[in-house]
Design a protein around this ligand. Structure first.
Ligand code: PEP
Length: 251
C-alpha cells in the first residue's frame, strides 16, 4: 500500500501571526483524519513556531530547501542537521523555482537529496518539464534525466525513503492545471521507468502531483491510479482550500 500524502509549500509567504491563524484552522479542519499524511513545508525562520503549533497533531512539517553540504563556510546555507534540530520530517529538493531562479542543476539536486537522506529526512524530489519542453515533445526525456541523476548518485533503493513530486513548470502558480490524464501519463511513465530497475520500489513509491491544485480539481487528479496525493503551493495558504484538498484525498 502506497502512502497517500498532501504537502503544502508555503514558499516565501507568511508571518508569525498569519501562520498561527492558518495552522490553527488547518489543525481544526483535519482533526481526526489519519489515513493520509499531511505536512507543510515552511520558510526556515518559522520552523520553531510551526514545530510548537503542530507538535502532537496529525500534521507534520518540513523545509523547502537545504544545503548539499554538512557544515562549513557556506554563508547563508542551512544544513540537514539544522533541520533535524527542529524535527523536520520532510524537505523539498529540486523545486522548479530553485532550478530556474537559483541555478540548481540535477547534480546539485541529487546531492541535496542525498544530504537529506543521510540525516534521516525524507526528500520530496520535484521533477517536471517547462512549457517549451512539453511543446517540443521532450517531457519524458527531461524527467528521465532529472530522475536518473538522483538514481546514479543515491541508487534506486534510495527511493524507498523518498517522495517524488511531478510538477509541470507550466502549471505552477499559473492557474493552469495539467488534466488528470496528462498528469497520470507522466506519473505512470515515472513509475514504469523505476519499475525497470526495481519493481517493489516503484510499486511503493508515493508520487505527488503539483501545479495549481485547487479544491475544485483535486478529486479528479487524486482519482488517477498513479497519483498518490498533491504538493500544493498557493492553495496551501488558504486554510479552507488546503483542508478541502486534504479531505478530497482522505475520502
Ligand atoms: C508548488 O509551488 O509546488 C506549486 C505546486 O504551486 P501552485 O500549487 O501554486 O501551482
Amino acid at each position: 500500500m502506497r502512502k497517500k500524502m498532501v504537502a503544502g509549500n508555503w514558499k516565501m509567504h507568511g508571518n508569525l501571526v498569519e501562520n498561527k491563524q492558518l495552522l490553527d484552522a488547518i489543525v481544526t479542519g483535519l482533526n481526526g483524519l489519519y489515513k493520509v499524511n499531511f505536512f507543510v513545508c515552511v520558510p526556515y525562520p518559522y520552523l520553531p513556531s510551526v514545530q510548537s503549533i503542530l507538535q502532537n497533531t496529525n500534521i507534520a512539517w518540513g523545509a523547502q530547501n537545504l544545503s548539499q553540504f554538512e557544515r562549513g563556510a557556506y554563508t547563508g546555507e542551512i544544513s540537514a542537521s539544522m533541520l533535524n534540530d527542529f524535527e523536520c520530517r520532510y524537505v523539498i529538493v529540486g523545486h522548479s523555482e530553485r532550478r530556474s531562479l537559483f541555478g540548481e542543476d540535477s547534480q546539485i539536486v541529487a546531492e541535496k537529496y542525498q544530504a537529506a537522506q543521510r540525516a534521516g529526512i525524507t526528500p520530496i524530489l520535484c521533477v517536471g518539464e517547462s512549457l517549451e519542453q512539453r511543446e517540443a515533445g521532450t517531457t519524458e526525456q527531461v524527467i528521465e534525466e532529472q530522475l536518473a541523476t538522483v538514481i546514479k548518485l543515491a541508487g534506486v533503493e534510495s527511493l524507498a525513503k523518498a517522495i517524488v513530486a511531478y510538477e509541470p513548470v507550466w502549471a505552477i502558480g499559473t492557474g493552469r492545471t495539467a488534466s488528470p490524464e496528462q498528469a497520470q501519463d507522466v506519473h505512470s511513465f515515472i513509475r514504469e521507468g523505476i519499475a525497470k530497475q526495481n519493481v517493489n520500489i516503484a510499486k511503493s513509491l508515493t508520487i505527488l502531483y503539483g501545479g495549481s491544485v485547487k479544491a475544485s480539481n483535486a478529486s479528479a487528479l487524486f482519482d488517477m491510479s498513479d497519483i498518490d496525493g498533491g504538493l500544493i503551493g498557493g492553495a496551501s495558504l488558504v486554510a479552507n482550500d488546503f483542508v478541502a484538498i486534504c479531505r478530497a484525498l482522505h475520502q
